[in-house]
Each structure stands twice: as structure tokens, then as C-alpha cells.
Design a protein around this ligand. Structure first.
Ligand SMILES: [Zn+2]
Length: 582
């Protein structure tokens, strides 16, 4: 018996490790009822046909709701049956569109992704069309003309709804209005195609070991990299592979080759699309009476006008310029030392090219600050980082995260977590984690809303459900997934978006969570990512995975901070360049 029972125990432990004993969402039903809330695991369409059907049904339902608004007797319009009804139907369609977006970005079946891509296009198209339902506009306008005395979120909802109509061209004569509608639909389609082309683009670049001098052995031995005796294949479209080579490869020719391969992904299709998009944008702005696309684009944001945005960025650029120039000359000195004398005996002019800065910054960090970014990975095994970050965010925000059972998984290691208020058990939302790269998956790091938060017509509050789609380096046969410090920072940042969405109390879907002006939306995450520069915080989870009692030494953290400061000029100058494009 003894043997049997211990055998059973071992078996139970083995099974336990395989299939964790997770709570189901039903275990929250009392807390959900008490909070008068709704907590929802989305129902996912699981065949291409189901994707198509659910999209068609959503559009049909949306159209019926639009018809109801459009048919209203102008004397019987209320806030509820016009403006709120419009927000409701947009919210419902958004949730279907959000699911299609996740399938498009993360499903493992190319047929599912293709069906979802069609669905996303159909829904985007339909959304543009909503603005041009004149019957609906008439009802909403009739309500606005009653000069309702609204306050707070209600007033904001009416004001912004009317502003959207004006921006869609509804104040224009019908011929011009129709033209703007067509232009906007074309623009939306080109935008979706552009993203899809990038996601589908694969560009393997083959190098010899000599060409990859400087790359850590660990990188060279990763699955898929060593593809022959002296052949190493780097995927220019895979972000972590690209970054590793740009930061470590000694040869400028190698860095340049990979940089160009990456920056020209999908170029054949996307450059013509981009040119078309620029023309369309300009036409739309002019037709609507704006001076330019930047005025049109900034109107609903904190910046308000293109000129204000430009001035803001110009001020920042001027402020950073001396620091940027000083840093660049530091990098140039390093490149000078690497340069070979040309035939005349003179050194080649050490211009820091766009494919150089990552490498020389990395060298600077290693030489001047003795920070070896690759070696630091040993302190950041993925699971420990995740657990550590959860502990920190739970503490700061008074939250409780619990891993729960996932009824439908698009990948085996998909996780689902429930978030509650730690003080009173109020359920606040759900988040999925899909953390590692694979073919056809979205290739950056981002948070996606699936079900938005809002007050439902029945008085219950729909809590949000979101997902993270990330691309951390996968585990290998002998090592766990090891994150760089910058990937740890990215995780803290993206998870900031998760919490921004999940902790919402907004009444309307339109204002919930991350539905804020786009020049504000990054602020919460940018604040939260700073935790990874704090020694106490790092000590709470970062430890050498081979020897967990070993923490990152205090002077290393200080050096990392010094190195960050020493490269802040280039970092921010680059961010300002991104910020000046939209
Ligand atoms: Zn962000």
C-alpha cells in the first residue's frame, strides 16, 4: 500500500504539473453578482466559416440598431434612444471586430487568420459607413438641437458624437460628403493591408559565422539560427533576432544588410500603398476644410492643432540637441577606433549610420559602464519576471490576480487571469497572455482590448477582457526563456496598458480604459515602466536562474542607470522623430 500511495502521489504531482488545478470563471459568480458586474470569457469563433458568420451577424445587428435610430420621430428623440443607442451599437460591433483582430494577429491557422482579416476589413468598412447614415445623423442632430442640459460624461459623449459627424463631413453638401466617405473607406482598407503585409513578410538573411562575429554563442545556438555547417539564418522580420544582431554584430556590413532587409519588409506592396495613403489623407483633410492632415488628426487630441504638436516637438528637439550631439560624438569616437585606415593612410570619416547606433551604444554600455546586456538576461527568467511584476502591480494597486482555466486556447500555453480588487473581492476583468513568437503572429509587443468596459443597459457593469500579444525569446532545450532588461521594461509597460483598461470605471465604451486621446494613452505605461530601474523592485524578482540567491549587484544597477542617462539623447531624439509622424 505504501508503494501504491506514494506512486499515486507521484502520479498526482505529475498530472498536477501538467494540468494545473485552476479555478473556473464560475467561482467568481457570487462576487460578480455582489458587484452588479459582468465578467466574460469571450466566445471565440473556431472555424473560418464561424468568423464570417459572426461578422455578418454583428453587422446585421448593428444595421438594425441604426435603422431604429434612423426611424425615430424627431419629436421623440432622447439621449437614450439616440446618442447612447449609437454608443451601444458601436460597442457591440467593436467587440466582434476586436475578436477578429486577435484571430488575425494570433491564430495558428492561416485560414483562420485570412478569414479574420476579411472580417476586420468588413467591420472597419461598416464603421466608416455608420457616419454616413443620414437618417441616423438626423435623429442625433434633432436631439442635439433640443439643447439638452447634460453634464460630465454624458455631455462629453454628445459633444464628441457631434464632432465626429462634422469630421466625417456630414456638414458638407451630399456630393462632397459621398466623396469623403469613399476616400475614408479606401484609406481604412489600405491601412489594414499595410499591417497585414508587414505581418506576413518573412525575410531570412544568411550569414557565415565570421560575418556574425561578436554575436553571443547563445544566440548562434538558438533553434533555427544555425542552418548549416557555416550558415546562420537570421530572420529580419523577427524583432528579437534583429535587435540582437544590430546590438552585437561587429561587422558594419552585416548590420547594414540586416537593417535594410528589415526596413524594406513588404516594400514592393507597401511603398505604393503608403503613397496612396498620403494622397488620400491630404484629400480628406482638404475636403473637410482643414489646412492639412495634421490639423485633422490632432483636433481630437490634447495637442488640438498640427502647429501646436509641431511646436511641442520642436521645443523638445531643441532641448535635447546638445545632449544628442555630445552622445553622437562619443559614438563616433568609438567607431573611429574600429575604422581601418583607407589607402591614403587616413581614417574613414566615422559617420554613425542608422544601423550603427545600437551596436555602438551597446559597446559604450559594455566598455564605459561595464553593463553586458546579454549577460544580464540570466537574472530575468521569464516566469520569475512575470511573477515578480504581478506581485508589484498587485501591491501598488491593491489588486489580486488569479490564474483561471481557459475554455478555448488558440495555443497550448495560453494563460487566462482574473483581476479582482484585493480589499473587497470585486472582480475587475480578465487578461490573456500569449507571450512567445511563432509564424504568422503579430511580431511586436502589445495589449489588445477584446471586450471593453462600460455600464450595460441593464445597469450591470461589463468588466473588460484583454490580451497581451508578445514576442519574448522562447526557452531552449537547456535554458528557460531569458529576458533582456529592456524586454522586462517592455513587459512592465505593456502590462500597464492591461491595468489601464481593466481598472476602468467609465460609463461609456467610448471613454473606457485606454480609449483616451492618443497623445495621453502611453502616459500610464510610461510611468509604470520606471519600476524596473529601482533596486528594491528588481531585487524582489531578478535573480540568476542558475543560482537564485544571486541578485543583480547594486553597482551594476547604478551602472545601468548611468548607461541609460548616457544614451538618453539618442533615445529621445529618436522618439521625437517617431512623434512627428502620424
Ligand atoms: Zn504602450
Amino acid at each position: 500500500m505504501k508503494f501504491c500511495s506514494s506512486f499515486l502521489l507521484v502520479l498526482a504531482l505529475a498530472l498536477g504539473a501538467r494540468a494545473e488545478n485552476l479555478k473556473s470563471i464560475d467561482s467568481y459568480s457570487d462576487a460578480v453578482a455582489k458587484a452588479n458586474a459582468r465578467l466574460t470569457i469571450p466566445e471565440w469563433p473556431q472555424t473560418p466559416e464561424a468568423v464570417e458568420t459572426s461578422t455578418k451577424e454583428a453587422i446585421k445587428k448593428g444595421n438594425a440598431a441604426l435603422d431604429a435610430i434612423g426611424k425615430l420621430d424627431p419629436k421623440k428623440v432622447t439621449f437614450q434612444n439616440t446618442v447612447i443607442a449609437l454608443d451601444d451599437l458601436a460597442y457591440e460591433a467593436n467587440n466582434v471586430g476586436n475578436k477578429a483582430t486577435i484571430i488575425k494577429q494570433a491564430n495558428t491557422d492561416p485560414k483562420m487568420r485570412a478569414a479574420a482579416e476579411k472580417a476586420v476589413k468588413a467591420i472597419n468598412d461598416w464603421f466608416v459607413g455608420i457616419d454616413y447614415r443620414e437618417d441616423v445623423y438626423k435623429s442625433i442632430k434633432a436631439f442635439a438641437e433640443t439643447n439638452p442640459q447634460l453634464t460630465g460624461e454624458d455631455k462629453k459623449l454628445l459633444d464628441e458624437t457631434m464632432r465626429d459627424y462634422r469630421r466625417a463631413g456630414l456638414a458638407l453638401p451630399s456630393e462632397k460628403r459621398k466623396e469623403v466617405e469613399q476616400l475614408r473607406k479606401q484609406l481604412a482598407k489600405l491601412g489594414t493591408d499595410f499591417d497585414t503585409n508587414i505581418a506576413n513578410a518573412k525575410r531570412p538573411v544568411v550569414f557565415t559565422k565570421a560575418e556574425l562575429e561578436g554575436m553571443p554563442e547563445d544566440f548562434l545556438s538558438k533553434p533555427g539560427i544555425k542552418t548549416g555547417d557555416d550558415t546562420y539564418t537570421v530572420l529580419a522580420n523577427v524583432t528579437w533576432q534583429f535587435n540582437a544582431v544590430e546590438e552585437n554584430a561587429k561587422s558594419e556590413a552585416t548590420r547594414k544588410k540586416l537593417y535594410i532587409a528589415r526596413e524594406t519588409l513588404a516594400m514592393e506592396k507597401n511603398v505604393p500603398s503608403l503613397n496612396q495613403m498620403l494622397t488620400l489623407r491630404n484629400k480628406i483633410a482638404l475636403r473637410l476644410g482643414y489646412k492639412s492632415w495634421d490639423d485633422f488628426q490632432t483636433e481630437p487630441r490634447m495637442a488640438k492643432t498640427g502647429a501646436a504638436a509641431q511646436n511641442y516637438i520642436d521645443d523638445l528637439v531643441a532641448g535635447i540637441e546638445p545632449k544628442f550631439a555630445a552622445e553622437l560624438s562619443e559614438l563616433q569616437k568609438m567607431k573611429q577606433l574600429d575604422a581601418q585606415p583607407s589607402e591614403g593612410g587616413a581614417f574613414a570619416a566615422p559617420r554613425i549610420n542608422i544601423w550603427d547606433w545600437r551596436y555602438y551604444q551597446n559597446q559604450l554600455k559594455k566598455q564605459k559602464f561595464a553593463v553586458d546586456a546579454e549577460a544580464l538576461r540570466n537574472f530575468f527568467p521569464f516566469q520569475k519576471v512575470l511573477d515578480g511584476m504581478f506581485a508589484i502591480y498587485q501591491r501598488i494597486f491593491g489588486l489580486k490576480f488569479e490564474k483561471i482555466a481557459v475554455p478555448y486556447k488558440w495555443i497550448d500555453d495560453l494563460q487566462l487571469w482574473a483581476v479582482s480588487d484585493a480589499a473587497n473581492g470585486e472582480p475587475l476583468g480578465l487578461f490573456y497572455l500569449d507571450m512567445f513568437p511563432r509564424d504568422g503572429k503579430y511580431n511586436h509587443f502589445a495589449e489588445f482590448e477584446i471586450i471593453g468596459g462600460r455600464l450595460l443597459p441593464d445597469g450591470k457593469y461589463q468588466r473588460p477582457t484583454v490580451t497581451l500579444l508578445c514576442n519574448f525569446p522562447p526557452a531552449t532545450a537547456d535554458k528557460p526563456s531569458l529576458l533582456s532588461h529592456s524586454e522586462v521594461e517592455t513587459l512592465f509597460h505593456e502590462f500597464g496598458h492591461v491595468l489601464h483598461t481593466i481598472t476602468t470605471r467609465a460609463k461609456y465604451g467610448r471613454f473606457a480604459g485606454t480609449h483616451v486621446p492618443t497623445d495621453f494613452v502611453e502616459a500610464p505605461s510610461q510611468m509604470l515602466q520606471n519600476w524596473v530601474w529601482d533596486k528594491n523592485v528588481l531585487d524582489s524578482f531578478a535573480a540568476d536562474y542558475r543560482e537564485p540567491s544571486k541578485k543583480i549587484p547594486g553597482d551594476t544597477i547604478q551602472k545601468m542607470k548611468d548607461a541609460k542617462l548616457a544614451t538618453a539623447g539618442v533615445f529621445y531624439r529618436r522618439q521625437f522623430a517617431f512623434a512627428s509622424l502620424d
